[in-house]
Unconditional design. Structure first.
Length: 396
């Protein structure tokens, strides 16, 4: 990712956008052709383009926090600017070579100004839609049956959340919505499937307030969580982390945060809840941490359990679904994908994951992947939703 942001592609792309913007201003008004305006715009654009890198290299401060927040919005704006301008350029070239319209019309100042204005409207539409969608938490419900004896239970009401990404852009407001959605479901058990933090513990502005909000979650059997790939103490750039030979570890304050919020972390642990069903918490496949070098395989997990009881496995990433099904696990709960978070990556997400989001049944095993509550990278959601999942499980 460092190479990406310092690469010629990023530099050339931003130069292209900046030049096109200055050309559009000139087409709209000759006043914007003056040197003073051009210098002002170039400096302003450069700050936006560099905000991500500045937030990464600056020491922690209010200025660094401002650049981090600006950068999260800039990523989304840049994405849709590139997409819209790319479509406009392709259309222009198509009309130029096919000569469906006169060349004089295509090259005219008024046409350039009108097309630029239309591009701005489309970009603004996607960005406003994305920002509004990003801060609204929805509820999604699933009704499933596990063909096993639930012991004392005829049914189990699960609240599933994931990918809170507590940090620069996700804070108390979003968490209040999440807690309200969870408590409205009156869950028997609450599960949080990783990426609770956004790498940097100090990115949270009000950790004490967040602890107080999360401690208001109510459930019969408690709140359980596993860590994800972002629950580690490391630098983050544009939502991404860096390959490293150094072993990743969570900030000790993260563990303390969860403990004080009443959330029990289960890493490579198996709990028998109310002598009725098993809950298994797996370490993250990419960054297991917490002293875990090698995760148990699904079959090794099942070899230690009474397979006549329902088995629910929670982990961060929805990988190896066939292996999980073959082992005889009943319900697999994950997050991580964000369902792609923004258009068009939500469609690309379906090419990567067997279950990118929602419900999937594989023979005996049932998989549910939540699109998550919070955000990584762009502070936008387009074509996806922030959600808390309610799963009503019926036993035989």
């Amino acid at each position: 990712m460092i190479a990406l942001f310092l690469s010629p592609f990023y530099i050339i792309g931003n130069i292209y956008i900046c030049v096109r913007a200055l050309q559009w201003f000139s087409a709209c008004s000759e006043q914007t052709s003056r040197l003073g305006f051009r210098l002002f715009f170039i400096v302003l654009y450069s700050l936006l383009a560099l905000s991500i890198g500045l937030a990464f290299i600056l020491p922690r401060s209010n200025i660094q926090r401002i650049f981090a927040c600006i950068g999260s919005y800039w990523l989304g704006i840049l994405l849709y600017t590139i997409l819209v301008l790319g479509v406009a350029e392709c259309l222009r070239l198509f009309l130029h070579f096919t000569r469906f319209v006169p060349e004089e019309f295509l090259a005219s100042r008024k046409t350039f100004a009108a097309v630029g204005f239309a591009c701005i409207i489309v970009i603004a539409f996607f960005c406003i839609w994305g920002v509004i969608s990003a801060v609204r938490v929805h509820s999604t419900s699933y009704d499933i049956t596990i063909d096993k004896d639930g012991g004392k239970l005829d049914e189990l009401n699960i609240a599933l959340a994931a990918d809170l990404h507590l940090g620069y852009t996700v804070g108390p407001k979003m968490m209040r919505q999440m807690v309200e959605k969870i408590n409205t479901q009156n869950p028997d058990i609450v599960l949080i499937a990783g990426d609770i933090f956004d790498n940097d513990y100090d990115a949270m502005r009000k950790p004490e307030e967040l602890i107080q909000i999360l401690s208001q979650i109510h459930s019969k059997y408690g709140i359980y969580a596993v860590y994800g790939n972002h629950d580690t103490d490391e630098k983050i750039l544009a939502g991404f982390t860096f390959p490293s030979k150094k072993k990743k570890a969570s900030d000790p304050r993260m563990d303390d945060f969860l403990n004080r919020a009443g959330i029990q972390l289960i890493t490579e642990e198996t709990l028998l809840i109310d002598n009725s069903f098993y809950l298994v918490g797996r370490a993250d496949e990419e960054r297991p941490g917490r002293g875990v070098d090698v995760r148990k395989t699904p079959q090794e997990i099942m070899d230690e359990l009474d397979s006549s009881k329902p088995v629910i496995v929670m982990e961060h990433e929805p990988k190896f679904l066939q292996e999980i099904d073959d082992a005889g696990i009943d319900l697999h709960l994950c997050g991580h994908t964000h369902d792609g978070q923004t258009f068009p990556t939500n469609f690309l997400c379906r090419l990567i994951w067997e279950n990118p989001a929602g419900y999937l049944r594989k023979d005996h095993m049932q998989s549910i992947v939540t699109s998550g509550v919070g955000l990584f990278g762009p502070n936008m959601r387009v074509g996806t939703k922030s959600e808390v999942v309610n799963i009503k499980v019926h036993f035989r």
